[in-house]
Design a protein around this ligand. Structure first.
Ligand code: SAM
Length: 212
């Protein structure tokens, strides 16, 4: 998702109390930012933030970090936060590539990946957020008992992700090719913007949960 350039976005991000600009300063100390010892959960490629905000409203005892590389997209999430402020969310306008540089080992409790960009060309496979290269980055910063949840309607990307996860030594704790009709896995499901759009077009939603 890339929205057209929005001039107000850069200013809003620079001025927002929710956007962390000095992210390199917080390595190993992210919990201090929230002023409590609650678990730290991250969504990578959060888009306009609907999923993250619904989670955060339901779980005030969990801290959430939303990662989105485009300021024009993150701006939409900021606008929503102005209307419904949540003290347990912060945003990072970064490329997920740099995650190991700004988090200490085992600093994150959980990672969500929702409808990640498919990068369909083989030569771009390393850019997929579920490639073994990215899984290694997550392995660096996720607690030993931490998990990754991934949802997509893109079957080739989902199959690629299963292969990459196995090759990188992750365990598939749960897997479905039709989340909305899976009695067990659909419980408590929070829809993302893309999920709503694609499932209303009749696309089945795939989901996997990974651990080590
Ligand atoms: N998760 C949202 C949803 O399900 O509605 C948005 C899905 S959208 C297809 C993917 C989002 O991930 C885009 O907003 C894109 O800018 C962001 N993204 C893709 N690669 C990224 C990366 N390497 N680092 C940070 N954000 C990324």
């Amino acid at each position: 998702m890339r929205l057209r350039n929005i001039p107000a976005a850069a200013n809003a991000i620079a001025e927002s109390e929710y956007c962390i600009l000095d992210y390199t300063e917080h390595k190993g100390e992210w919990k201090k930012l929230f002023g409590n010892n609650h678990p730290l959960v991250m969504e990578i490629g959060m888009g306009k933030g609907r999923f993250l905000m619904e989670h955060a409203a339901l779980h005030p005892d969990i801290n959430y970090l939303g990662v989105e590389r485009y300021g024009s997209v993150l701006y939409r999430a900021l606008q929503k936060m102005e209307e419904h402020p949540l003290s347990n969310i912060r945003f990072l306008c970064i490329d997920a590539e740099i995650i190991p540089e700004i988090f200490e080992r085992e600093e994150l409790d959980y990672i969500y990946l929702n409808f990640s960009d498919p990068w369909p060309k083989d030569r771009h496979a390393k850019r997929r957020l579920t490639s073994r290269e990215y899984l290694r980055r997550y392995d660096n910063v996720l607690k030993k008992e931490g998990r990754i949840e991934f949802k997509t309607d893109n079957r080739p990307l989902f199959d690629f992700s299963l292969e990459e996860a196995r090759a990188a030594g992750w365990k598939i704790d749960a897997c479905t090719y039709d989340l909305h009709n899976d009695e067990k896995m659909r419980k408590g499901n929070i829809m993302t913007e893309y999920e709503e759009k694609f499932s209303s077009n009749g696309n089945p939603i795939c989901k996997m949960i990974l651990s080590r």
